[in-house]
Design a protein around this ligand. Structure first.
Ligand SMILES: Cc1cc2nc3c(=O)[nH]c(=O)nc-3n(C[C@H](O)[C@H](O)[C@H](O)COP(=O)(O)OP(=O)(O)OC[C@H]3O[C@@H](n4cnc5c(N)ncnc54)[C@H](O)[C@@H]3O)c2cc1C
Length: 400
């Protein structure tokens, strides 16, 4: 059995969720992939929000909306949402994963007023969130962040100047969490703050939208801030203390990405096993060949390992493990699941032969393109390895 780390409630929830996504997402997935149909993405986000699924991470909000039978709020079920959605369409899943990564710090660190203003729209699926960390000179190494956030005491406003790139949901989001430097005289980890910027704030613009290898239908682009002013109360947590917020947000996001990788890997595996059992070559089903067994077995054990590691991290979070203690299990979930996704996507193409790289014969080629982003987004495979090794070598400082 693949999912022994999960309990009966988890399994019942997964069944119900899969049925919901089959009704709401599956019929819209071709429009998302082929026509970049943002309205289709929004319609599914809205349906998920109305049904209560986007509140899974937030037990206090979730109470009272227990329309979903068998749902126990927490990261385990939110990860399942990612997994099941990514199994149908990874591009769509990135939209909700990003929105939830925005909702998470809002829920935890915003003042009650700011939280009340911006969180309900996201978790009810009416609005979309975005996270702005990455810059042209800042990817894995966030210590080189150039975006400046200064405080105008006379007007009691924060003023943002900077340029962010690779921002998921850029230009279509309603709320942006923006990280920037508030104290340039200390290392970035001690001088970084995070603020909430609503869409439409003067001074914010979206110079460019990117075209990626895969992930058709989701929107990723640049966000520029030029003297962009927001009220003092839009600060998340304390001034200069956003590193903590970033660590907890990335922990959360990496477990969710474990679910994304798992969903993508599973969808590839299902195509490969179906093909191996139907396609004939040399007078036998393809799946009778030992070289094909090897590929099926390799995908199978990798998916099992990814599932165990991902849901271990999610369950640890649900048991109260947080901050530094969650960094290694979350990094492992992200690393193993996303590498499993690219392995399975590539192997499935090989099992299918020509059918694997043509649009006319199913989704293998789409999954192959989509999967490639997974070991890069939300912290690369290399960065995940640093996090894991630094927990294992506590007396050493990794040479980044
Ligand atoms: C589709 C997509 C969506 C994204 N969405 C968002 C978003 O919503 N918000 C946001 O803020 N960012 C987002 N990102 C940015 C993403 O987080 C970064 O791309 C990622 O962190 C890597 O940064 P980089 O691309 O600048 O690569 P770099 O950091 O320049 O790294 C390039 C390569 O070098 C490796 N490398 C770097 N340093 C070391 C080292 N010390 N040792 C060994 N290897 C190293 C990396 O692992 C990588 O393989 C998105 C990116 C993509 C592609």
């Amino acid at each position: 059995m693949r999912d022994f780390i999960l309990n009966d409630t988890d399994r019942a929830f997964r069944t119900e969720l899969a049925g919901f996504l089959e009704r709401e997402l599956l019929p819209r997935a071709p429009a998302i992939e082929n026509d970049d149909d943002w309205n289709a993405v929004k319609a599914v986000v809205r349906a998920l929000g109305e049904a209560g699924y986007l509140k899974l991470m937030f037990p206090d909000l979730y109470r009272g909306s227990l329309a979903i039978s068998g749902a126990a709020p927490g990261l385990t079920h939110a990860t399942m949402l990612s997994e099941e959605a990514a199994a149908i369409n990874y591009a769509f899943e990135t939209t909700i994963a990003t929105a939830l990564s925005c909702a998470y710090p809002l829920h935890r660190y915003a003042t009650p007023e700011i939280r009340g203003r911006y969180l309900p729209g996201i978790v009810e699926g009416r609005e979309i969130g975005a996270i702005c960390v990455t810059e042209p000179g800042v990817g894995s190494d966030t210590s080189g962040m150039r975006t400046r956030i200064t405080f105008d005491a006379a007007r009691r406003e924060w003023v943002i100047n900077g340029f962010k790139r690779y921002i998921s949901n850029a230009s279509v989001a309603d709320v942006y969490i923006v990280y920037g430097i508030t104290d340039p005289d200390v290392p970035a980890g001690k001088g970084m703050s995070a603020v909430v910027v609503p869409a439409g704030t003067p001074g914010m613009s979206f110079p460019r939208r990117y075209t990626f290898t895969g992930r058709r239908g989701c929107i990723v682009g640049e966000v520029e801030f030029r003297d962009c002013r927001i009220p003092a109360e839009n600060l998340l947590g304390e001034e200069n203390a956003a590193l903590r917020i970033m660590i907890s947000m990335f922990n959360f996001e990496r477990v969710i990405l474990g679910g994304s990788g798992l969903g993508v890997a599973r969808s590839a595996f299902d195509i490969a096993t179906a093909h191996a059992q139907t396609r004939e070559a040399f007078g036998q089903k393809l799946g009778c060949k030992q070289l094909i067994w090897d590929k099926i077995a390799e995908m199978s054990w990798r998916i099992d390992a990814a599932e165990l590691i991902t849901y271990r991290a999610a369950k640890l979070y649900d048991q109260g493990v947080a901050g530094k203690a969650l960094m290694k299990p979350a990094a492992m979930a992200k690393l193993v699941s996303t590498e499993t996704a690219t392995f399975c996507a590539d192997t499935t193409v090989q099992v299918l032969g020509g059918d694997g790289i043509t649009k006319e014969y199913g989704r293998a080629e789409q999954i192959f393109r989509d999967a490639r982003a997974l070991p890069i987004v939300g912290g690369t495979t290399e960065m995940a390895k640093y996090l894991i090794a630094s927990a294992d070598l506590p007396t050493l400082k990794p040479n980044l």
